[in-house]
Design a protein around this ligand. Structure first.
Ligand code: RP5
Length: 164
């Protein structure tokens, strides 16, 4: 039977974060990894955030990707409520170019890690989630190797194109 239960949670503080976060979901789709997408706000739905983080492991999630902008407390708060790996994506808002989001996510106190991506780095968040899952999955690691070979090929083609 095909595994359809989500093993990655892609969460964000607001639906306005979705355009930034969608590349994470796209890359999970590309590798056929089941995931769920939810809006969970540290500030507007604090109880919902607590229960999401608290139940994530039992529900079968293995990695959580959390994006938020501004006073971006979601990734860190979720990380404090679970032992699952949490990947934080700083979302750029209208002011401060996402530096506020980055600073809110990256400087975690020792003991509660969040793997912080670049501002807007949702695609790499998806790829890091795949690498985490791939550590215990030979087929997934092979697919990730193929992906990297594809990148090399793409750069070589662009290089060849510019030389000609
Ligand atoms: C944060 O507030 C969200 O992650 C979002 O980036 C930001 C703005 O939210 P909206 O006002 O657009 O709903 O919590």
């Amino acid at each position: 039977m095909t595994e359809t239960r989500p093993i990655v949670g892609v969460i964000m503080g607001s639906d306005s974060d979705w355009p930034t976060m969608q590349p994470a979901a796209d890359v999970l789709d590309e590798f056929g990894i089941p995931y769920e997408v939810r809006v969970v706000s540290a500030h507007r739905t604090p109880q919902g955030m607590l229960s999401y983080a608290d139940t994530a492991d039992d529900r079968g999630l293995r990695v959580i990707i959390a994006g938020a902008g501004g006073a971006a407390h979601l990734p860190g708060m979720v990380a404090s409520m679970t032992t699952l790996p949490v990947i934080g994506v700083p979302v750029a808002l209208k002011y401060l170019d996402g530096m506020d989001s980055l600073m809110s996510i990256v400087q975690m106190p020792a003991g509660i890690p969040v793997a912080t991506m670049a501002i807007g780095g949702a695609k790499n968040a998806g790829l890091l989630a795949l690498r985490i899952l791939g550590a215990a999955d030979d087929k997934l690691r092979a697919a990730l190797r193929d992906y990297q070979v594809g990148l090399e090929r793409m750069v070589a083609e662009k290089d060849a194109h510019l030389r000609n």
